[in-house]
Design a protein around this ligand. Sequence first.
Ligand SMILES: *Cc1c(COP(=O)(O)O)cnc(C)c1O
Length: 394
Amino acid sequence: MSLRDDSKPDTILTHAGRNPHANFGVVNPPVYHASTIVFPTVEAMEDAQKKRFFAMTYGRHGTPTTFALEEAVARLEGGWRAIAVPSGLAAIVGAITGFVRSGDHVLVTDNVYGPTRKFCDETLARFGVETTYYDPLIGAGIAQLFRPQTRLVYTEAPGSLSFEMQDIPAIAAAAHKAGLKVLMDNTWATPMFCKPFKLGVDVVAHAATKYIVGHSDAMLGIIDCTEESYLTVRNAVAQLGYSVGPDDIYLGLRGLRTMGARLRQHQITATKLANWLKTRPEVERVLYPALPEDPGHALWKRDMTGASGLFGVVLKPFSKKALAAMLDGLELYGMGASWGGFESLILPAHIETVRTATRWTAAGPTVRIHAGLEDPDDLIKDLERGFERLRGTN
Ligand SMILES: *Cc1c(COP(=O)(O)O)cnc(C)c1O
């Protein structure tokens, strides 16, 4: 079976990275458990070693199960080659590490995923790499922050707590003019809804833990690269010692097959919840770039073909106790980190505590909702009962 060059995303999701007729007709790629790879001759071994990451040499560098997932994601997103790593944070660390050395400077968006900020502030700093955070809305103005030591610009759109969109093509054009690399965390839009390489991004990091795995049952990351960036990142990942167990890779592949169908339902439900929330007196503002009135809507429409199920809700000022009464009693929304699974989640988001370049000025608390695959009307009724508790508690 093969995929035509003009295959659409859902067709790629269904067919990329598998070849049943090379495997007894079995539809899915087998799960290869491996450490040692043995060779019949010295010549065959040396040949494989010369090919490095383009041949099977050692379990840590992947097996045909790994390569199947890497091939499918790269094909869908338009990358040259992808690299599977043990978590989304591992993808971010692996992507950044390849490009920086002591004395360098990096620019990171102020709405970045929290643990990315921690990696920059602590590990990168310890190794002599300085980070400057920039306003996510900076666009082409990023050029004013470039220094001779700047190596890369790190982007994330929309930010996964505050949901600002970034003008990635403007940032990438400025960065490339100065010879800098552009990295993007594309977890929210997934390789389905955003094609970062078309926007000028060099290296994409994904928390595949979220929508690619899609069932809240495995940790997984993907780094997707242009041809020019691939070996730099691949070497860094190899030296960091990352390796992903084949069963988790398999869960990623299995999740990927249904990701298009799931994402469309997540978007329908998130849009329905967002539109209902907008009408509520307890709500100040909904943060979801798919809404026409969202400040990031024009960029979202230009650069993405869909929205996932994660969005923010800024509430009017309420006490901590009142918010807890609302959240504690919810029956369908789990409270916890991560998102992208089949189930709905809700979380208080303390955005004001994680900014340094910009100020988060909302007067009331913000909650982050992941719209799962439950019936949207049941989800709305659960929130409605939550708002009654919110208003009824001082
Ligand atoms: C969850 C998340 C990550 C990290 O992924 P893990 O698999 O949990 O390490 C990175 N970026 C974003 C935007 C995320 O939401």
